[in-house]
Write a protein that binds this ligand. Structure first.
Ligand code: GCU
Length: 426
């Protein structure tokens, strides 16, 4: 059967706060040449582009202009249909990115978006979008969901596409809380991440990345990786949602967990149309501090998941303390939009304290831009005690394991209610 890895007890990794090698936290408000950033104008025109480039050159790679500009064809799979015992309307569309699939490639060059809208809505609604890891049918038990094939493999190598079995329907419903989201007046939209790229090394040919190859881009040090391809999928989904008249275009939030949190973080950082980020345990290579050597390392990420980041990422192996783009800088790119970063207490691999420190450091950019944020002297809160929820930078460390739970979703919805106003419904 599949080997299970206990990421919280990996031999050879440091889990001890006292044994973290010395490191310097990067300063989002200090230019590469050492000059301090003192005005919003300097942030927008100089420092922010500089940080984006550091991430493109060292972490996620550069998304080709052709991919950003690519026209997307929206094909209805199912029009507005009552669903979930009257709680919702369901819509399903395919976003078509490319021509007919390459023979034998198994990929259809499309992403299937499942959208639930609250039936009690009186107008366009705020929507939360997130890529899912189990197939659309896994997010809630609803026989009307038309899933794409899911890519399966036991060891994250050589996956193959399979029609999802009936047992997978609603198998991730606790992670998604679809009915809670709808009953609070929000829409919920999702798509299967492996529609964009199968999550295994050497799957580039089956990735949307293969649609946008140009001379000199393949294997360049800053070639985009799978995380950037998933982030691109976030961007395309959000663009579609904002074009849907049932959606309140100014209020589309994104969420993601773990590896998909990394994708959601990068998407929110680079997509101004994304209205808020709800980032769950995106860990190292996401919202945590890679320079803090606790839990996962650059070496593990680069070697276990070589397809996730750009080729240049591997040059930082065993040099975690020198990495030039880190989680606090990533989150600072989301400013001044509402940002909620969430950790879990038993998720040592992701380094919850690093996630907190990143959020707290990113908050300084919110302050620079004149919006409310956690003060820089804020202490790490106790478990299950959200902080900063009355500002644009919220954080909690939930009790329990690496997961997404009802607690996380309730706090996210409370936060959006406060930042955007609770959705009006009948
Ligand atoms: C592994 C990986 C993490 C990632 C996680 C997940 O643990 O090392 O970086 O976040 O998988 O996606 O669940």
């Amino acid at each position: 059967g599949p080997k299970t890895v206990d990421y919280n007890n990996m031999p050879g990794y440091n889990y001890d706060e006292a044994k973290i090698p010395p490191y310097e936290l990067l300063d989002p408000q200090r230019m590469a040449d050492g000059k301090p950033v003192t005005t919003p104008q300097q942030w927008w025109t100089q420092r922010r582009p500089e940080i984006v480039k550091l991430f493109e050159d060292n972490i996620y790679g550069r998304t080709p202009a052709a991919a950003e500009q690519a026209p997307v064809r929206v094909e209805s799979v199912e029009g507005r249909t009552p669903a979930l015992d009257g709680l919702a309307y369901r819509e399903q569309v395919d976003l078509i990115f490319g021509p007919a699939p390459k023979p034998g490639s198994h990929t259809a060059w499309r992403m299937r978006v499942l959208l639930y809208l609250p039936a009690r809505a009186t107008g366009p609604v705020p929507v939360i979008f997130g890529l899912n890891g189990g197939g659309n049918q896994s997010v809630v038990d609803d026989p009307g969901i038309k899933p794409t094939d899911i890519w399966v493999s036991e060891d994250e190598q050589a996956p193959h596409p399979e029609t999802p079995g009936a047992d997978t329907r609603g198998s991730q419903s606790t992670q998604w809380q679809v009915k809670t989201v709808l009953s609070r007046g929000y829409g919920l939209a999702t798509a299967y991440y492996q529609d964009l790229e199968p999550d295994a090394k050497d799957q580039r040919a089956n990735s949307v990345r293969a649609l946008f190859d140009a001379p000199g881009t393949v294997s360049a040090p800053n070639e985009w990786g799978a995380v950037a391809a998933w982030a691109w999928g976030y961007r395309k989904a959000v663009a579609y949602l904002r074009s849907n008249p049932a959606v309140d275009a100014a209020h589309v939030a994104v969420t993601g967990h773990s590896r998909l949190g990394k994708a959601a973080d990068w998407a929110a950082a680079t997509t101004p149309e994304i209205g808020a980020l709800l980032s769950t345990e995106s860990g190292k290579g996401g919202q945590s501090i890679q320079r803090r050597e606790l839990g996962e390392t650059v070496k593990h990420l680069a070697e276990k998941f070589p397809h996730w980041m750009c080729p240049a990422y591997a040059t930082w192996i065993n040099r975690d303390q020198q990495i030039p783009a880190d989680g606090n800088m990533l989150l600072s790119l989301v400013a001044p939009r509402p940002l909620y970063a969430a950790s879990a207490n038993d998720d040592r691999w992701a380094d919850p304290k690093g996630e907190f420190l990143a959020l707290r450091s990113a908050a300084t950019t919110y302050t620079l831009l004149g919006t409310s944020a956690l003060p820089p002297d804020t202490a790490m809160p106790a478990v299950d005690r959200p902080i900063g929820t009355d500002t644009n930078t919220a954080y909690h460390i939930r009790s329990g394991k690496h997961d997404v739970t009802a607690f996380d979703w309730q706090r996210y919805l409370d936060f959006l209610d406060t930042r955007w106003g609770a959705p009006v419904h009948r």
